[in-house]
Ligand binder design. Structure first.
Ligand SMILES: *Cc1c(COP(=O)(O)O)cnc(C)c1O
Length: 368
């Protein structure tokens, strides 16, 4: 029996093997490994793709989130102690960045229908200390709504995006990552746009913020050996940038292939025990993941595994229940907790075939 992998990264990258090998050898032979042409080209092409004036690359998605928020603290747009609204069911990195910068996360429940932040529950969480919202387009689905945009204007909140799972996602003709004041991106290998190692970036239209972030990522320096900020070292290297340049070129094609698998799941899964969250406009979803909900999640996962189908859980424990955040362990966030108990991600990738998707659908539909 052939196993259906959750995500076959070797296959994903093998599709572009010739181009990736050529790009990698060019970097090796160039003798220039940091802050070179591949990074400049990636920053320029990626900001073009996202539709922002600036892109500053860095070492990871978590670093991108931290640099984005630190940049806002250094420029006076945020202050230590400010409250930041965030969906309670996000990946831990969003919360780690907030607390690392001395800001306070305010957890807002997601909607059980969309799994994205519930925009009807945001206003009640706003206080005089609330200065920003970090929208997370979780699973690759756009979380932006008119209501969120109205709330940002009404309360003068900075809108940030965590675009780690949603490269290429479109909202009203604009890419996510260009919808707010600034956005953080991850190029972790498993993401929709993935490197062959770690990488990240911040996009923004604000040249000043971009330049502060660039120095923060360079030990806090704008001029060699002169340090304006207490910065860090966070760089995308030439090798990863060269590989990302290849993969950015094929991103829309990869997203289209993900959508074909998703379409097949949506049209063919019919098991009354299994709920597919609202998809919305196909252009506003890039299907980084394909989450389903079922009250018999663990049984379904074992059953699929016995049939050779790998699945994953995103995520088993919500941030407020983690040991590192014991001060919030007693919070009650029932929708978030339900999602973490019921979510299962089915295999999806640009190299999965419809035949494989049919095997998954058949198994899921026969689960009793
Ligand atoms: C992956 C991810 C990150 C962190 O990115 P890294 O590159 O792994 O540091 C942040 N936020 C979300 C929502 C993610 O999925």
């Amino acid at each position: 029996m052939e196993r259906i992998k959750f995500l076959d990264l070797q296959k994903v990258n093998n599709k572009y093997a010739d181009e990736i090998h050529t790009a990698a050898i060019k970097v090796i032979d160039s003798g220039w490994y940091l802050n070179g042409q591949s990074v400049s080209r990636f920053e320029s092409d990626y900001s073009n793709y996202i539709g922002t004036k600036c892109c500053v690359s860095c070492a990871s998605g978590l670093d991108a989130l931290i640099l984005m928020l630190k940049g806002c603290i250094e420029t006076g747009r945020l202050s230590v102690g400010d409250e930041v609204i965030v969906p309670a069911n996000t990946f831990i990195a969003t919360i780690l960045a907030i607390t690392e910068c001395g800001l306070k996360p305010v957890f807002v429940e997601p909607s059980i229908d969309t799994l994205q932040i519930d925009d009807t529950k945001i206003e009640n969480s706003i206080t005089s200390r609330t200065k920003a919202i970090i929208l997370v387009h979780l699973y690759g689905k756009c979380a932006m709504t008119d209501k969120i945009s109205q709330l940002c204007s009404k309360y003068n909140l900075l809108l940030f995006e965590d675009n780690a799972q949603s490269h290429g996602c479109i909202h009203k003709g604009k890419k996510t990552g260009s919808l707010g004041y600034a956005a953080a991106h991850s190029f972790y290998p498993g993401k929709v746009l993935g490197a062959l190692g770690d990488g990240g970036a911040v996009t923004t239209d604000d040249n000043d913020l971009a330049s502060v972030i660039r120095s923060l990522a360079n030990y806090g320096s704008q001029k060699k050996y002169v340090f304006k900020y207490q910065g860090r070292n966070s760089r995308l290297d030439e090798m990863q940038a060269a590989i990302l340049n290849v993969k950015l070129h094929h991103l829309d094609e990869d997203i289209m292939l993900r959508r074909q698998i998703a379409r097949y799941y949506i049209d063919n899964i019919n098991n009354s025990d299994i709920l597919i969250p609202e998809i919305g406009d196909m252009n506003s979803h890039v299907f980084h993941l394909f989450p389903i909900l079922t009250s018999r999640r663990d049984a379904l996962q074992h059953y699929l595994s016995d049939k050779g189908i790998e699945t994953a859980i995103h995520y088993p424990i919500p941030p407020h229940k983690q040991e590192c955040y014991c001060e919030w362990n007693a919070l009650s966030l029932p929708v978030t907790e339900q999602i973490h108990l019921q979510e299962l991600s089915l295999p999806i990738s640009p190299v999965m075939t419809i035949d494989e998707a049919a095997i998954v659908v058949n198994a899921v539909n026969n689960f009793k």
